[in-house]
Structure formats: structure tokens, C-alpha cells
Design a protein around this ligand. Structure first.
Ligand SMILES: O=c1[nH]c(=O)c2[nH]c(=O)[nH]c2[nH]1
Length: 314
């Protein structure tokens, strides 16, 4: 049982918004740049004591407003690309705007996007994240009759994270009473590519297994599927994830006689332009968009397998 005669006091406090996700796209030149940030913004001061001890919200700047401020300042700021300066601008803003705020504690994490190199050249508006990508394979060798072996062999790329800042639209989809998504002529497209390709390996005599597999240029095929994935992602004027996926898969089958089937699972990681019109009519929708909110959940998920047609074997 709590003993009410024991005195307590509020020793420390800090509050605000954590995990504010924000993408700023710099389109001032043809070579786009991106700042993908996760921001924590915490306020403190004696004036907030009563919000804890007396249930008074009189001094409380809603954490929702703190989040909005991150987006509003990201829109107007000239220093989003310099983490320290942007963090200082944000922190100082809270001290300047609310006289009773004594401390503003801002932490920013910048997520790395490396510019894609396509055909040896840095791409103007496509990026990828180095780090979590893996190459995988899965082989199932079965004992057949007459000392033969049958082989099911697949290889894969998993976790290839990519993002493009233009060259992607999504229009002309079903509009009904459940639809709130506006048509997009030019949107951010980002996905984490999982791709796998199934090899056509004839059943072989046991002693020939290694030699038969040795004829297949696995490393070249891997490099090629990866290149096709990145190049198609970067260069396609995408009408949808579905349409871009199909092009990627079809190209790899057309490039390599060894490939029977190519599958992709592409989550559509949504980046919504933040509506800033509540703030002095700031324009950030459609052609004015450069500050986006990346959504961690939910994402779309677009999957398909493209197979070589019978009779079309090279
Ligand atoms: O490329 C897309 N395909 C969809 O099926 C879809 N659905 C959606 O809401 N956005 C998108 N984008």
C-alpha cells in the first residue's frame, strides 16, 4: 500500500515528439538530393511542472504541434542538409516562440541514401541504401532413378533498399467511396527489393552435377539481375510498382537462358507529402511537395512471378 505521508517531488522532466520521420527532397538542380531524417524534439522548463503535478496543460505545447513544427521548419530551412545547423534551428525556434520553454533538446538521425550508379554514371534521382542487402541461394537436390539427380535451384537478392525522387506516378486507379488517395503524377517511390530467380537445370547423372552447374555463370547472373533491378527502377517512368516490377522480371528472363522464373516482392514504402496549408497557407502538395512523411507501416506489397513461356526457350 502506498504511504501518502511520504513526500515526493518531480525531479526531472522533458517531453516532446520522438521518431518524427521526414524526407526533404532538394530539387533545386536536376541532380536531386535527399535528407531522410528521424527527429526527437523534447522541451523542458519549470512551467511544465504543473502538467505533471496538477494536471494543468496551460503551458503544454502539444507534441503534435512539435511534430508539425519539424515539418514546417524543414520546408523553409536552408540548412536541413547540415544536421547540426538544422537541429540548432529547431531547438532555437522553440525557445524563441515560447518564452516559458527553458530547454529544447533535439536529436536528429540522418539515414544514408547513396546515389545509384547506372551504366557507370551517378543517377540524378535514384538512391540506394548500402548495408542490409544479402545474396541468397536455395538448392534442393533429389535422388532420381538411374543414379541421376534432379535439382531445384533458386537464388535471390533480399533487402535492397531503393528510393527515387521523381519518375513515378500512380493514376487512374479505382475511385469509390473508400478512396482517399489522390492521384499522383510525380511521387516518391521507395521499396525494399526481394527478388528471386529459378534456374532451369536439367536432371543430370550424379557424376556430372558439379560440371553441369559449373556451366551456369551464377555470379554474372546475380550481378545482371541486380543491375537490371536498379537500372529499371531508376530509369522507368513508373506507372505503378506493378508495371515496373513486370519490366524488371521480364528483362532478366530475356537476358538469361538459364532462368525459368523470376519473382519479386516489392513493398511500396509510402512517402506522403505533408499538408502544411494550416501553417500560413504553406504549399507542399502536388508540384510544391518537397517535405514528405515516410510511413513505416503499413506499406503496399506488390508481388509477382514472371515465367518463360513454353516454346520461347532461347
Ligand atoms: O504502385 C502502386 N500500386 C498500387 O496498387 C497502389 N495502391 C496504392 O495505394 N498506391 C499504389 N501504388
Amino acid at each position: 500500500m502506498a504511504n501518502p505521508s511520504v513526500n515526493v517531488y518531480l525531479d526531472k522532466q522533458e517531453y516532446g515528439k520522438d521518431r518524427v520521420r521526414l524526407l526533404k527532397v532538394h530539387r533545386d538542380t536536376k541532380v536531386h538530393r535527399v535528407d531522410d531524417l528521424t527527429i526527437r524534439c523534447l522541451l523542458s522548463g519549470a512551467s511544465f511542472t504543473t502538467s505533471y503535478t496538477e494536471a494543468s496543460n496551460k503551458a503544454v505545447v502539444a507534441t503534435d504541434s512539435i511534430k508539425n513544427t519539424c515539418y514546417v521548419l524543414a520546408k523553409s530551412s536552408k540548412v536541413v542538409d547540415t544536421l547540426e545547423l538544422f537541429a540548432a534551428e529547431l531547438a532555437n525556434h522553440f525557445l524563441n516562440t515560447y518564452a516559458w520553454v527553458e530547454g529544447a533538446h533535439v536529436t536528429i538521425i540522418r539515414h544514408r541514401w547513396a546515389r545509384m550508379i547506372i551504366d557507370g554514371k551517378p543517377h540524378t534521382h535514384s538512391f540506394w541504401r548500402d548495408g542490409d542487402e544479402t545474396r541468397q541461394t536455395d538448392i534442393f537436390v533429389k535422388r532420381g532413378s538411374n543414379g541421376r539427380r534432379s535439382i531445384e535451384l533458386k537464388s535471390a537478392i533480399a533487402g535492397l533498399l531503393v528510393l527515387k525522387t521523381t519518375g513515378s506516378s500512380f493514376e487512374d486507379f479505382v475511385r469509390d467511396e473508400y478512396t482517399t488517395l489522390p492521384e499522383a503524377k510525380d511521387r516518391i517511390l521507395s521499396t525494399c527489393v526481394d527478388a528471386n530467380w529459378e534456374f532451369n537445370v536439367p536432371s543430370v547423372a550424379t557424376e556430372n552435377l558439379q560440371a553441369t552447374l559449373g556451366q551456369i555463370p551464377f555470379n554474372q547472373i546475380y550481378d545482371s539481375v541486380r543491375d537490371v533491378t536498379c537500372k529499371t527502377f531508376a530509369e522507368d517512368e513508373s506507372a505503378s510498382v506493378q508495371a515496373t516490377l513486370y519490366k524488371m522480371a521480364a528483362l532478366s528472363i530475356q537476358n538469361w537462358k538459364w532462368l525459368e522464373r523470376v519473382s519479386y516482392a516489392l513493398p511500396n514504402r509510402h512517402f506522403f507529402a505533408v499538408d502544411l496549408s494550416y501553417f500560413r497557407g504553406t504549399k507542399n502538395l502536388q508540384e510544391h511537395a518537397d517535405v514528405y512523411q515516410p510511413l513505416s507501416d503499413p506499406s503496399g506489397l506488390i508481388t509477382a512471378t514472371v515465367a518463360r513461356s513454353v516454346g520461347a526457350r532461347l
